[in-house]
Design a protein around this ligand. Structure first.
Ligand code: ARG
Length: 475
């Protein structure tokens, strides 16, 4: 059903209808559209454009339509241009001409952006909650492996020994930053565009602040032109989603690597890995790989919306319809990926003996020699040189640097006394890094405590946001 036929002598060509049709993807906005229309009708009652009785009739019909939409018994048809047209058709079929009265003073321009903002608020909260569950798993695992010695890498080369819990905890840290971005996004995007009309505001609905309040927004948008043309909240959300995607991708990369035979660290659970149709022995890390692969579309969706926006004149342009599919795709992608990845992280076990065996390989304790000398007053550059000579000697003897004897060490520099032995081993080396952010078990325990506290604050925040939202969206 078209909402704009009056000045045209004929309907759009079939090809044009096919091009401009969006109902096959924007139908997910239907529950929000019902809610926003109800808020608008209340405004029209307040201003006297609709009588109490007519307003009531329309709201009852909208509520009934909303129930049918939930139940899947009212669906869009081919001739509906978009979700808004479909809902007006449903209303008109119930109320006759009164079904068209409810859109006085509002345009699809302010309607669509209000619907979409509500959709994103709703799904931001859902994604935030799903991320808290993943953080919980990483934090639990960090605790489990807080004293498991493992090689630490830079440039993917053995660098220094670490406690493996520290390695896992870093993912919680990154994801906590994503949550703080979601928190900020929710705070920043709490203005209601409803009442902006097509672009100039509405003469028939003089109190947009009341509908803002009704819809759970903290205030009405201050500029009606900006209200209908702003899609910062979309690109910003897509950045948040893409960044989560990048984190999940890097997690995926690590698990893929750790589960290779060469590493042999990670033992993926059968329920969270897949087999090969030809090689019976295979157990593949497909979830980790999909996490890595899906970051491509999350970044692509952000790019596509930013490029679509960059040349647009202000106020509404039809290009803006292109904001939805990438957003729906990013939301669906994360809501599918996060639970699977969380399950994989929860169920993966690590071979601590194997990790520990590799912890000192590649002269990973050379820094301990330099640190030991620096502690006894040797300038670090000199200490570094001396440690380098130890590595050279060890290499020429086909040994690791910590395998040099006391005599061999003191022959390189007499200040390398046997006292060095307390830190010239993986246990001592990790235990000595007790500062905030260090890899010692005691530092990891403090880190876990702080992460748990922060995650809990987000869990409480999302829970309260969700219950506010549900209360608001209830019709
Ligand atoms: N389907 C459109 C969108 O998503 C709704 C707004 C249409 N407005 C208009 N002036 N044609 O943006």
């Amino acid at each position: 059903m078209a909402l704009w036929g009056g000045r045209f002598s004929q309907g759009p060509a079939e090809s044009v209808a096919a091009l401009s049709r969006s109902v096959h993807f924007d139908w997910v906005l239907a529950p929000y559209d019902i809610r926003v229309n109800i808020a608008h009708v209340k405004g029209l009652q307040e201003s006297g454009i609709l009588s109490e009785v007519d307003g009531e009739k329309i709201m009852i019909a909208l509520t009934a339509l909303g129930e049918e939409i939930d139940a899947g018994t009212f669906l869009p048809i081919d001739s509906d241009e978009d979700v808004h047209s479909a809902i007006e058709r449903g209303l008109t079929s119930r109320l006759g001409p009164l079904g068209g009265a409810f859109r006085a003073g509002r345009s699809r321009n302010d309607l669509v952006v209000t619907d979409f903002k509500l959709y994103l608020i709703d799904h931001m909260i859902a994604i935030g909650s799903a991320v808290t569950l993943l953080i919980e798993e990483f934090t639990t695992k960090a605790d489990e492996y807080k004293s498991a010695i493992a090689p630490g890498f830079t440039h993917l080369q053995h660098a220094q020994p670490i406690n493996f819990g520290h390695e896992l905890a870093k993912h919680s840290q990154a994801l906590l930053r994503d949550l703080s971005r979601i928190h900020d996004w929710l705070a920043r995007n709490s203005s209601s565009p409803l009442g902006a009309g097509a672009l100039a505001g509405s003469a028939l609905q003089p109190h947009p602040e009341n509908s803002a309040d009704e819809l759970g927004f903290s205030h009405a948008h201050e500029n009606s032109i900006d209200a209908v043309s702003d899609r910062d909240f979309v690109s910003e959300a897509l950045f948040v989603f893409a960044n989560i995607g990048i984190h999940l991708s890097r997690i995926g990369e690590e698990y893929t690597l750790w589960s290779t035979s060469e590493f042999g660290w990670a033992k993926l659970d059968d329920a969270f890995s897949t087999g090969s149709s030809i090689m019976p022995q295979k157990k593949n890390p497909d979830i980790a790989e999909l996490a890595r692969g899906k970051s491509g579309r999350l970044i692509g969706n952000l790019t596509s919306v930013m490029v679509m926006l960059k040349g647009l004149p202000f106020a509404y342009n039809r290009d803006l319809q292109e904001d939805k599919e990438p957003t729906f795709d990013s939301v669906e992608t994360l809501l599918t990926l996060l639970p699977a990845l969380t399950g994989m992280v929860e169920s993966t076990e690590f071979d601590t003996a194997r990790m520990a065996r590799g912890a000192t390989a590649g002269h990973a304790l050379a820094t301990e020699i330099a640190d030991f000398l620096a502690r006894s007053g040797v300038p670090f550059a000199t200490a570094h040189e001396i440690s380098g000579s130890c590595v050279r000697l060890a290499e020429s003897l086909g040994r690791e640097v910590h395998e040099l004897s006391d005599e061999e060490l003191s022959s390189i520099d007499p200040r390398l006394t046997s006292e060095i032995r307390s830190t010239l081993n993986a246990q001592g080396a990790t235990a000595s890094r007790t500062s905030i952010g260090g890899t010692s078990t005691s530092s990891i325990i403090k880190q876990i405590h702080s992460m748990k506290e922060r995650n809990q604050r987000f869990i409480d925040f999302f829970d309260s946001q969700r219950s506010n939202f549900l209360e608001m969206i209830q019709v």
